[in-house]
Design a protein around this ligand. Structure first.
Ligand SMILES: C[S@@+](CC[C@H](N)C(=O)[O-])C[C@H]1O[C@@H](n2cnc3c(N)ncnc32)[C@H](O)[C@@H]1O
Length: 154
């Protein structure tokens, strides 16, 4: 099974990236995990709607037939950690790959949400997308430890 995290924009802050890299390293013990950063179209002087549409095109072109697409959005479904681990486990037993998608400053285009198998909220609050990456990779790491019955999740 492969898990990919596709996100819009690079993290040059130095604040969140070390944590993302640490959880990515830990996730590597359980699954093939890949982080993919796509260039923000909003930096290309497009109108917000056009930028989101252009980002959506880049995102959806990366989708593979065996992927379950999970769009991260504050308006999505709220799962607890055990529920997320069950979703990951279902993908694993169904020989599916998981493609998680985090939007940029303007959020995700509705076409990405429409194409998603699941729209997942990490909270009802709006998070900076770089912080959303950290929360998601930690929860994915937690999900795999739950599936393995390891003591990390309490
Ligand atoms: C700064 S937010 C964009 C907010 C934008 N106003 C919107 O309506 O989506 C950037 C990205 O971070 C992710 N994100 C932020 N808060 C989130 C949350 N509470 N749950 C899930 N994803 C979130 C989403 O993928 C979002 O597209």
């Amino acid at each position: 099974m492969k898990v990919r995290l596709l996100s819009i924009g690079k993290d040059r802050s130095g604040l969140y990236e070390p944590a993302v890299q640490e959880y990515a390293r830990r996730l590597g013990h359980y699954t093939r995990f890949e982080l993919v950063e796509l260039t923000e179209a909003s930096g290309k002087k497009l109108k917000p709607g056009d930028a989101k549409a252009s980002e959506a095109e880049a995102i959806l072109s990366r989708r593979k037939p065996q992927d379950w697409v999970v769009a991260l959005d504050e308006r999505g479904s709220l799962l607890d950690s055990v529920e997320l681990s069950r979703y990951v486990g279902k993908a694993q037993t169904g020989a599916k790959d998981l493609l998680f998608v985090i939007g940029g400053d303007e959020g995700l285009d509705s076409s990405v949400r429409d194409a998603a198998n699941l729209t997942l909220s990490l909270s009802k609050m709006t998070l900076p997308h770089r912080l959303a990456r950290v929360v998601l990779v930690e929860q994915l790491y937690r999900a795999f430890t739950i599936l393995k019955g390891e003591p990390y999740h309490k």
